[in-house]
Design a protein around this ligand. Sequence first.
Ligand SMILES: Nc1ncnc2c1ncn2[C@@H]1O[C@H](COP(=O)(O)OP(=O)(O)O)[C@@H](O)[C@H]1O
Ligand SMILES: [Mg+2]
Length: 608
Amino acid sequence: MVAKTKKLFGNDEGRKLIARVLRENGRRYMPRYALAFGLMAVVSGLTGASAWIIKNIVNDVFISQNSALIWGIAAGVLVIYSGRGIADYAQTTVMNAISRDIVADHQNRIYRHLLAQDMRFFNTASIGELVMYFSNGAHAVANLMHLLITSLGRDLLSLISLTAVMVAMDPILSMIAFLVAPGALWGITSIRRRIRNIGRQEHAGMAIIIGRLKDSMIGIRVVKSFGLEQRMGDEMTGNVNVTAQRMMKINNLSARSGPIMETLVGVALGLTILYAGFGVAEGSRDAGSLLAFLTALLFTYAPAKNLARLTLNLETTLVGVGVMYKFLDRTPLYLDKPDAKPLIVGTGEIEIDGVSFTYGEASNALNDISVRFPAGKVSALVGGSGAGKSTIFALIERFYDPQSGRILIDGQNILDVTAQSLRSNIALVNQDSFLFEGSVEDNIRAGMADATEDQVVAAAKAANAHEFIVEHPEGYKRSVGEGGANLSGGQRQRVTIARAMLRDAPILLLDEATSALDAVSEARVRDALDRLMKGRTTIVIAHRLATVRKADIIHVMDNGRLVESGTHGELMKLSGTYAHLSSLQFTAEAEEEPQKKKRKAKLTTVGE
Ligand SMILES: Nc1ncnc2c1ncn2[C@@H]1O[C@H](COP(=O)(O)OP(=O)(O)O)[C@@H](O)[C@H]1O
Ligand SMILES: [Mg+2]
């Protein structure tokens, strides 16, 4: 069997994949596979019997008209056929249940593995590929097991049982019929290689199509406002057509096994008839045996065809299985150390000590940064776009590990603690105010899963979100829509603030939104943020003058370096990067409220 398998699955990679699928799924579902296999053996045996009984039908019923046997034979036929039908049905339901479990099991595995991946993976991963692992890959494993078991169980056993009938009826005729078998193997092998190649292309093509669908959904505003519908539509037409073409080619190639097998059965039948015709004429055989033999030979067609197609079908499933395993085998970077301890936060002081970091680009995103964020105070990070501010947040959250230097929280190196304990002490409020699809309450509750209703409402009130939430008839149960599309920008921000409130973490990382809100929303968000920051070690990536002025200390970054630190007044006096930045970056606000701003500016100059 092993030697034969080697020949059929000519490539090493395919053999390894099959071995792995069998190893991972075979043992686990063994009892049920054994049951299915037993039922298939019954089906196969009865298939043989259904050919065998032809001999009795012809010889005893038609020729000798043995009335004593007619009843028995009629009953026998009934038992054989109904028994085979029932066994086949039972076998199918068992196999379907196993397939369902294998698919669910793999989808769970894929999703958990996805969540465990590090940021570097998500920077390059494509949603199209992910969907393919999730749907195509998971099903491919189930299909592969299904193919192997039914081929071995139903088809191979049927073939053996039918062969036994043929040999019993006429050994010499059987030898003649089997002469054609090698022809089948040769024909199938040449088709198989082509299918494998097209299968890979088809898989990659599908991933691209899914990715495009996602882009069109998320970026529909850009698509419409730039009038890209025609171009994107044409591009999709191209992709869809090419993929459909490949799919058709695969189906056509697989279908070629049909005429190959059919012709070979025809040749076998023809040879048999030629030989048997003369044999019977010589009176050496009875008509019943010959007909039983021919029936068995005809019955071999279906299982033989299935077996011939097995390797073809395996090729297409193996493509899906292969890419899915490649994903499942990816070890996430930045795993916890084996002896990692939970982070114990006292006051929540953060110290960054000589940290350099690169995303792998030519230049460093951070260059030898040393900075201390005092406990319970608000520190502002300012700097031009690409200065490295968000990267500092990413390193504190341990989304990446720095290439050199250390980050300490209350004296504990964050590389030595568990990522889970580190992140549970941090609340992140992001620029984009990301919301999950679900209700307002679900989104606030993401901050603390087991919060009571009162706690959720209290957090929403503190975030100035309660009023607008209860204004809507569905209140806290209102759906936010995909990505929070049902809420305005300011409302979304306040929901994310409520989420952070509920988390009640000692450390707050706040990436201030760059997009301007109207004056009223702005005031509500600002008020909510002030409340959120109170008593926490806060680092805020600041884009607004008002935030910067309120900070206890401001750190100015430029091109991955820390260039200035101090209060607003101190930094303005330096007339350095900060003074330059504030004249550029904070002007938008000055234009919004020219009167107020001028007055403020004057006051500070006078005060200092
Ligand atoms: N995921 C990433 N992969 C590669 N380079 C990145 C990534 N994120 C940021 N960078 C680069 O790192 C530098 C600092 O980026 P970032 O910290 O986001 O800046 P800021 O938040 O100050 O605008 C930039 O040069 C940026 O292009
Ligand atoms: Mg940024």
